[in-house]
Design a protein around this ligand. Structure first.
Ligand code: FAD
Length: 530
């Protein structure tokens, strides 16, 4: 049996290859629809649909090899042992989940125990990152005369990456010959889901408490930025790297977050579900740069650099969870996160979530998230800063939960890291540098094309007022068919420049309190020792 969890692909899938190498008489490629897993616990119809497409594609690609996908449903720790018995399974392979996401950890511990009891041999391989996280950690530990720790800065990570051994080449997709003849395809049983509403609800959680409370009506006219599946992922990779000079000169801060087509690769949903192997991307970048006639940019701003950010984020989650299991997307117990006393105002949070803050650029980005399941990195910067330290002073944990539900590319490690960064809770501390919800994009998109697309009620406003409709004279608003407070909200905070300064003072207090706590903690053990 090969158990697909993430890693929804055939190419560069070492665990699948390990399974096939056992020369089994029969292989059961399995996916378990588990409403409680990280990807489905909070999930919009958009992302549910993405998973449906991934599973259909995987099934179709396996059928081309004379095999198929068996889609089960429920708690994997219950349904898999049942199938081991029923299907006479000897081995089970799977891609390891190294970051320490708590549901996956608990699930896998139970599976390992049950497999041992049932005499099932487990074969697990790491392929979610360029190198296994354990290998990064082991290499870092060898530093400083054996007392090294993993670096908590990108510069440090780049150094660590540079000291790693040569990266393994990608494994090719298995062929028909690699799969043993299928004896038992169980006909119409265990087929992939057809639509998002076929996916199960989380078990043991009342529907009233489930974030993703949606039905068939909400699944109509879905407009994701990309569709799911390995086939499309490989096509998108080829397409986005076609222009070798574009790849070579990629400079992330210079890409545009208001262009109506992504100015970056938009490969993130494929990477986070594992439809694409990170090594496949890495080597494709090498190949594109070799074709280019222009000089290549370097990490951290280059495309290779983006892949390094990804591994760095995973390593940080791995390291934090090693010390305090399950702490990564939380403030409490997370050694990388400063405890900032955020406010808790459900009304502000709701206005932010629904794109009703009265700041058109913020609302446009939040509505793009709802419509397409994706926002450009700098758009994510702007909305995350606005919710937290910039304007609304709400906890990053709440923002991260919303992103977890809405993003096609929701990723436990990347989401946690970036929310800590943007809220100045961890990894980035320059809280006096704050994104303006007005000026930040005005220079890139002066006519507000992006706002006009995602906030259509402002479509008829002249360019001059598109970022600040409250500045428009009544007659102009009337002409554009807008009554502020009725057709479009008044700004949720009166004056960004005032509130952001007040928030900087609050942040300074929080930093001072953090420093005092650290100083106290540093002296406490000494006293005990005496
Ligand atoms: P490209 O620029 O084309 O980069 C290629 C790949 O590199 C991406 O697909 C991604 O896998 C990786 N990458 C790029 N930027 C980053 C980064 N800053 N940190 C880590 N890896 C990166 N990304 C997710 O995949 N899932 C998330 O849940 C997620 N949450 C985020 C939350 C916030 C608040 C912020 C500010 C960023 C978040 N990101 C997340 C990181 C980043 O915004 C996206 O990975 C990127 O915008 C995806 O677009 P792309 O594929 O076109 O990226």
């Amino acid at each position: 049996m090969h158990w697909f969890r993430k890693g929804l692909r055939l190419h560069d899938n070492p665990a699948l290859v390990a399974c096939l190498e056992q020369s089994p008489k029969q292989v059961f490629p399995v996916y378990v629809l588990d409403g409680n897993c990280y990807q489905l616990l909070r999930c919009t119809p958009l992302r549910a649909n993405f998973l449906v497409e991934c599973l259909q594609d995987l099934d179709s690609n396996l059928r081309n090899l004379g095999s198929r996908l068996y889609v089960l449903e429920g708690d994997p720790t219950v349904v898999l042992p049942e199938k081991w018995k029923e299907w006479n399974i000897s081995h089970m392979s799977y891609e390891e989940d190294e970051t320490g996401e708590p549901y996956a950890v608990a699930r896998d511990e139970t599976i390992v125990a049950k497999a041992q009891a049932a005499n099932i041999r487990l074969l697990s391989e790491c392929s979610e990152t360029l190198y296994p996280l354990q290998e990064y950690a082991a290499k870092a530990a060898k530093g400083k005369g054996g007392g090294g720790t993993v670096p908590a800065t990108m510069t440090g990570f780049q150094k660590l990456f540079g000291s790693m051994p040569t990266m393994h080449k990608c494994l090719p997709s298995p062929t028909k010959e690699d799969f043993p003849a299928m004896k038992d395809d169980q006909d119409q049983k265990y087929l992939p889901p057809q639509k998002p509403t076929d996916l199960p609800w989380p078990r043991g959680i009342p529907k009233s408490q489930v974030d993703s409370l949606w039905g068939p009506q909400d699944c109509k006219n879905l407009t994701p930025i990309v569709h799911g599946g390995e086939t499309l992922a490989l096509k998108a990779l080829k397409e986005s790297l076609k222009d070798a000079n574009w790849v070579a000169t990629f400079d992330k801060p210079k890409t545009s977050c208001t262009s109506l087509r992504p100015s970056t690769t938009a490969l993130s949903p494929y990477l986070s579900w594992g439809c694409l192997s990170p090594r496949q991307v890495w080597f494709a970048l090498d190949e594109a740069i070799a074709r280019a006639s222009k000089a290549a940019t370097k990490p951290p701003v280059s495309l290779h650099g983006q892949m390094l950010w990804r591994d760095f984020n995973h390593l940080m989650a791995y390291d934090a969870n090693k010390e305090s299991p399950g702490c990564w997307n939380k403030i409490e117990g997370n050694k990388y996160c400063r405890d900032v006393p955020w406010d808790d105002d459900p009304k502000l949070l709701e206005a932010w979530k629904t794109g009703q803050t009265g700041y058109p650029w913020i609302d446009a980005a939040m509505r793009q998230l709802a419509q397409e399941g994706w926002i450009h990195h700098l758009g994510r910067h702007a909305v995350a800063c606005f919710l937290t330290r910039g304007d609304l002073w709400q906890s990053w944990e709440e923002g991260a939960k919303h992103f977890e539900a809405q993003l096609l590319d929701a990723d436990y490690a990347l989401n946690g890291f970036n929310w800590m960064w943007l809220s100045c809770s961890g990894f980035f501390y320059q809280y006096f540098r704050c994104y303006s919800p007005i000026a930040f994009q005005k220079k890139n998109d002066p006519s507000g094309k992006y706002i006009r697309k995602f906030v259509p009620e402002l479509k008829k406003l002249p360019d001059k007022y598109i970022y600040e409709p409250w500045e428009a004279p009544t007659i102009i608003l009337e002409k554009a068919g807008i009554k502020l407070g009725k057709d479009y909200p008044r700004p949720i905070v009166d004056d960004h420049s005032v509130i952001s300064k007040e928030n900087m003072s609050r942040m300074k207090e929080a930093y001072d309190a953090h420093k005092a706590r650290e100083a106290q903690a540093a002296t406490a053990p000494k006293k005990q020792r005496r």
